[in-house]
Structure formats: C-alpha cells, structure tokens
Design a protein around this ligand. Sequence first.
Ligand SMILES: [Zn+2]
Length: 261
Amino acid sequence: MYISEEHPNILQFDIFRDSVGILDFVTTSLPPDDDSGDFNIGFAGGDGCVENRVKLALAFGLTPENFVFQTQIHKTNYHFATREDAGAGFYMKQNAIPDNDILITDQPGLCLITRSADCVPILMYAPKQKVIAAIHSGREGCRLGAAPKAAQILHHKYGADFNDILVGIGPHICKKCYTVDKDCADNYLSREYFAPNIVEPADNGQFTIDMKKTIISDLMHIGIPLGNIEHSELCTKHHAPSFYSARNGDDARFCAGIMLL
Ligand SMILES: [Zn+2]
C-alpha cells in the first residue's frame, strides 16, 4: 500500500494503482488531511461519525449520494448495488444495506464501503468487466469464505476470469495478535475450503488464527494468482492508534472504499 499523494492519512492499494477508472482508499484513525481529532466513520459514534463521513466525501470530491454502506453481520450475504442504493447508510445505519457483508457493482459513481476494526476489509476489481466489490471478512467471514464467494460472483455473474481479478486486503488484526481458545479455533477449522496452517498453537492453551493466510489460500484455490493479491502488513491492534481495533476496546471503525469513476 502507499500513502495517498493528496491525503497524508489515507492509504491506497498498489495493486489498483495502474487501474484507470477506479478510486480506492483505506482510511486510518486520523482525518484525511489533519493529524488532530479522530476519524471514526462507524455507526456507533453519533454525529461525529456523520461529520467524518462528510469529510471523507469532500476529500475525494464526492457527495453522500456516491456512498453505499452495509450493516455487516459476519455472514456472506451479498448485494448488487444500484442507483437506488445511492447514499445508503451515509447518514444513518437504518438506511444502510441491511444484513450484508459483500457489496458488488458494475455501476460508476457508487463508492462501496466496508467498515473494520480488526476484521479484514477486502476490495476487488475485475478490470475487463469493470466490476468492483467491497467485502467485510472477520473470523466468521473468513471461515465461511466471504472473499472467495465474492470472486466467484464476479466470475459467474459477470464473466470475470480469475486470472484477471485484482484483490486488495487491507489492514486487519495480524496472526500474532489474534489468539482464541480451543473451541473457537476448532470452529474456525470447520470450513469448506482447505487452507494449510491457518490455525496454530500459541501460549497458555490458546491458538492463533491467520485470517490473511486464509483469504489468500482460498483465493488462490479458486484460481486467482498470488501476484493479483496485495495484502497490507499493517496490524490494526499492534499498530494502534493508527487504526481502530476491537481487541483494543475500540467501538470506532475505519473503512475501505472502492468506486468506478
Ligand atoms: Zn498484530
């Protein structure tokens, strides 16, 4: 990832850098151009969050109607965003796309948003078909295969070749920081796709879960080349306070967004 040339507190994916006709970004815990204040764009922060979403829109010359937010419930439900969804969830959670973790569109001007604080924000782009996706994949999303499901939809519905799909995996809690108990680890392994070494023993009878390796393995399993997948090395927990981390007790959220211009 690289730091946005226009906005010092916004990150962008190298994998999309040469793609003409899309905008992508990942926010941090700081406003786009200002090192004071916070930048919670989640739903649990009242008016401050709405002000921050307005700041985000202004940073990219967008309006609230460009944005599509989803509520995110740790499943693999998907939604094809259309003009009717313009502005969904920008001002209030009640208007966001409900019970959804995968947003997909082939329509320009709709900025698909996935919110995160330790969960994995994932952006996808199929350049030939001009289709994008924003995916929220926490532990359950990784167990259930939210990312490969999104890629399958780009393939089956839009005809995207897996060799062409570009993927950006944003900042999230790293394997070292993500320890769980045995029941949780066992549950994580009860998954459809096989991915090696995604759960490993840690201290005190705990286990680590490697969500990044899970996602990369799953995407490669269905045919997306490793070279098409960029993954951030930033950890939301141990790189606090640059990001928000649920494990650090934050109920604030940063976000990743992608839009066809
Ligand atoms: Zn970490």
